[in-house]
Design a protein around this ligand. Structure first.
Ligand code: GTR
Length: 424
């Protein structure tokens, strides 16, 4: 063997070794872990009834997630106004009414606006159920409809379709349409509402100088306190501000607004659903670490890794657990439990090992005891086969074949689950 070959072999094996050190994908190497007790209050007493849960344990857990994971929204009044920017009847060839509403937040002489895009099935008679979720690249990317305004906010540069200078253009119109099967959703009798998440807080680490955070700074404050909101909490807060508007809209049923999100925006939909109980149902699509996946399994993406790659997503205190996940006072099954008794759907994808599909399933499994306080028939269920959804209980789950994405298959399950759980 030549010296060059030897060096090459060493290099390749070092790379493989380093990669495998980065993330564990071996079920047998998942550390032994003990989850924090879901149904034991901080004073050691047991949670026996839904009253105990609602009055004591739920507020405790919500506070622990605020303090240690996502960060609390700072106190303080702000004013909020709404302006209908456009309304087109007979959009999509007569299938829908399309609206764009500018929501403006005003605080401390600073202003932030974000655009809510809403499609409602045409000619609906009764107040409608609506799915609401944030999108990754601008409202104009969710459908080729030429009437959708192109976002003026910062967007991530990319090669295809080309986005330069962090400025959205016509090129990207409809580029994410496969993730938002609008016609399918409307034909099932649901509306769709969406906001570009970058309108609320651009998704890069700028020490919280842009987006909504600076509106809430006190005199001399330059970044959120250690227990105050990171970007996920800010995005979730934006969803709640949109909800403030939806609940005033006669055509929409305020008791049937469903919050949905994929990946980092699935982490966001879960946190929005936990912090704002007006959301009647919650959908987590491939949300992974910091979303539905149990942190203590350290399978795929870990707390340390996510806080290193995305230092702005969670509150500062969460970083303290990078090397001591077992000391976190919560784990993500508790986040799922915060939805109870509202229906929650967790979706995984077989090839999305980075998001730990088994950890996502297990958080639903371990949340079931809280649902049982309301309805003893919500039993823990075995992890189903690939492409075999469980959608007939208050906790829904599937693991789809394929990778990290949102597909029409996923949407079909969410629509069926909503029909099963939120029917009038
Ligand atoms: C990944 C991140 C995941 C997930 C994903 C996404 O890079 O590690 O936690 O959020 O991004 O949002 O697309």
């Amino acid at each position: 063997m030549t010296r060059r070959m030897l060096i090459l072999i060493c290099l390749v094996s070092t790379t493989i070794c380093l990669q495998s050190q980065e993330a564990n994908y071996d079920e047998s190497a998942v550390p032994d872990y003990v989850l924090p007790e879901l149904l034991v209050n901080e004073d050691g007493s047991k949670v026996k009834t839904k009253d105990d849960w609602e009055k004591i344990r739920r507020p405790e857990l919500l506070g622990l997630f605020q303090q240690n994971v996502y960060g609390r929204v700072p106190d303080g009044d702000f004013s909020q106004s709404h302006e209908v920017l456009s309304h087109e009847q007979n959009a999509l060839g007569g299938l829908a009414d399309r609206y764009e509403i500018k929501i403006t937040i005003d605080k401390n002489d600073r202003v932030l606006s974000f655009n809510l895009l809403v499609y409602l099935p045409a000619d609906a008679k009764d107040p409608l159920p609506v799915f609401m979720g944030l999108n990754f690249n601008g409202n104009h990317t969710i459908h080729p409809d030429p009437g959708i305004l192109i976002t003026e906010s910062w967007v991530r540069n990319r090669e295809i379709p080309p986005i330069r200078n962090n400025q959205a253009t016509e090129y990207a119109r409809g580029m994410a349409a496969s993730r938002w099967p609008l016609k399918f959703i409307l034909e099932r009798g649901y509306g769709l509402a969406t906001i570009y998440y970058g309108d609320i807080d651009p998704d890069y680490d700028d020490s919280f100088q842009n987006g909504v955070h600076p509106l809430f700074y006190g005199p001399g404050q330059e970044r959120p306190e250690d227990d105050e909101w990171g970007s996920i909490s800010a995005w979730a807060w934006g969803l709640s501000r949109a909800m403030d508007y939806l609940v005033t809209w006669e055509a929409i049923d305020p008791g049937r607004v469903i919050v949905i999100g994929h990946s980092r925006l699935g982490k966001t939909s879960l946190w929005a659903g936990a912090s704002d109980e007006r959301f009647a149902m919650v959908v987590s699509n491939n949300s992974g670490c910091g979303g539905a996946a149990l942190s203590r399994r350290e399978f795929g993406e870990t707390v340390k890794r996510i806080n290193t790659s995305f230092p702005h997503w969670f509150c500062r205190n969460f970083h303290d657990y990078n090397m001591r996940v077992s000391e976190l006072p919560v784990d993500q099954h508790m986040l799922i439990a915060l939805m109870a008794p509202r229906p929650v759907y967790i979706a995984s994808a077989e090839e999305d090992r980075w998001a730990d599909p088994r950890g996502e399933y297990l958080s639903g499994y371990y949340a079931a005891p809280v649902y049982n306080l309301y309805d003893p028939t919500v039993l823990e269920f075995e992890s189903p086969d690939i492409d075999s959804p469980v959608n007939d209980m208050r906790i829904g789950y599937h693991i789809r074949s394929g990778g990290h994405n949102v597909t029409k298959f996923d949407w079909k399950q969410y629509l069926d689950f909503a029909d099963n759980n939120l029917a009038e």
